[in-house]
Design a protein around this ligand. Structure first.
Ligand SMILES: Nc1ncnc2c1ncn2[C@@H]1O[C@H](COP(=O)(O)OP(=O)(O)OP(=O)(O)O)[C@@H](O)[C@H]1O
Ligand SMILES: CC(=O)N[C@H]1[C@@H]2OC[C@@H](O2)[C@@H](O)[C@@H]1O[C@H](C)C(=O)O
Length: 383
């Protein structure tokens, strides 16, 4: 008989979720509790570690083709597993590994090019789940996206069913709600009571803002959006950026650094005849992130009355202000106001995805990803 220490006397099950996303800033981990029948209880512990500059540079260098990339990817995956293991150790402090049923680990996306059935679609997350299982002695569930892509889906976004489970409101009398995760890329979940959740990637979140802040301030990000708040939006540049066909394309859709990379921004800046001040470009990028989200809400869910924001973008006051300005009929607030702090949501989603896998329950929503049907996601690396 396998040990069932992970199911405590109250019948709760514990899972750990680990997320390192497109911002390339580091790892968030969440130790999460579920009832035995799968209902969400909450985040018991949260831990985060930033990437050391060398690992961050290695991961950034893998976002586009380059020499010796197989070797570099293998080394980066090993290093990533060690950071993940450190986050797990912090989450476990005082707990035995056997009290956790499984770890769900996203890995690090280095390419995202989903296609349909023409044989060219793939999404690649580097990861070393075997090494993580060896270090932690807990079952590790990984590779959550490939099965959905195999079934003709985008493989992303995967968090909408989790958003629905946590923030969905089943009362049909209440107005629709939406959740937006603003990480490196932003993705939206539309929750209308009585209807299946919808969701897709909106476009750039913080990735281009971070690039510009690093270049001009020497900072990894524009803290609280203080710099962008003092700039003027360059209207012509904003219109040019918004003319990117991705924004108007219909769901299902997902994107990544493959499309919204610094060269995309620099190409548009080069195409502008008049030079913009660096601070005005930052203001324009912040407005771009807000505009893409607000336009998507207007197009796909105009009756939304509450927008819950998670991901690091929720900590950017200027971005939150711009969202509020563009959505006058909608209350814009961080997910902490609905019980889950913004930086914990994605990690918690991977704990939920691990639980779905362990219980052999489908986790993907074909309405979101465009796959042929719902699928059990992930592969298990036993402890
Ligand atoms: N205090 C802050 N002020 C402004 N921006 C912040 C602040 N804290 C975090 N951020 C932004 O949030 C980013 C990190 O967000 P998050 O951890 O949600 O991204 P991610 O998980 O890597 O991305 P994704 O959701 O695309 O996978 C940082 O790179 C930064 O741009
Ligand atoms: C391929 C990939 O890593 N996509 C990420 C990325 O970051 C945000 C957005 O683009 C979303 O599609 C996804 O992450 C979340 C966790 C998701 O799958 O829902």
């Amino acid at each position: 008989m396998p040990s069932r220490a992970w199911s405590d006397p109250l019948g709760e099950e514990l899972y750990i979720g680990l997320m390192s996303g497109t911002s390339l800033d580091g790892v968030d981990g969440a130790l999460c509790a579920f009832t035995a029948d799968g209902r969400w209880i909450g985040v018991r512990r949260h831990a985060a570690l930033p990437f050391e500059p060398a690992l961050r540079a290695a991961l950034a260098g893998l976002q586009q083709p380059g020499p010796d990339e197989i070797h570099r990817a293998a080394l980066a995956a090993n290093a990533l597993a060690e950071v993940y293991a450190q986050v797990v150790q912090r989450l476990l402090e005082g707990l035995s590994p056997s009290s956790v049923r499984a770890i769900g680990t996203h890995g690090q996306t280095i390419r995202h090019r989903p296609g349909l059935f023409d044989g060219t679609g793939y999404t690649t997350q580097i990861n070393q789940p075997a090494l993580l299982a060896e270090r932690c002695r807990i079952d590790v569930i990984a590779d959550f996206r490939s099965r959905d892509v195999a079934a003709g889906g985008q493989g992303a976004p995967l968090v909408p069913p989790f958003h629905a489970a946590i923030f969905g409101n089943g009362d049909p009398a209440l107005p629709p709600r939406a959740v937006v995760n603003i990480g490196g890329i932003s993705n939206l979940t539309l929750l209308s009571p009585g209807k299946p959740p919808r969701g897709f990637d909106c476009g750039p979140g913080n990735a281009l803002l971070d690039h510009w802040a690093q270049r001009h301030l020497g900072q990894p990000y524009d803290a609280q959006g203080a710099w962008s708040a003092g700039g003027q939006v360059a209207t012509a540049l904003l219109q040019a950026l918004l003319s990117e066909p991705y924004f108007a394309s219909p769901p299902p859709k997902s994107t990544g650094r493959d499309l919204f990379h610094p060269e995309w921004l620099h190409w548009h800046l080069g195409a502008q005849r008049s030079a913009c001040a660096a601070q005005d470009v930052q203001a324009t990028l912040c407005e771009l992130t807000a505009a893409a989200i607000a336009n998507d809400l207007a197009r796909h869910a105009p009756s939304t009355r509450e927008l819950l924001v998670c991901g690091g973008g929720a900590l950017n006051d200027d971005l939150m202000r711009r969202l509020g300005q563009r959505l006058p009929g909608c209350c814009v607030l961080g997910t902490a106001e609905r019980g889950l702090p913004p930086l914990q949501v994605e990690a918690a989603a991977f704990a939920w995805l691990a639980r779905q896998h362990c219980h052999r329950q489908a986790a993907s929503l074909p309405e979101v990803t465009g796959a042929l049907g719902p699928r059990i996601l992930g592969a298990c690396y036993p402890a």
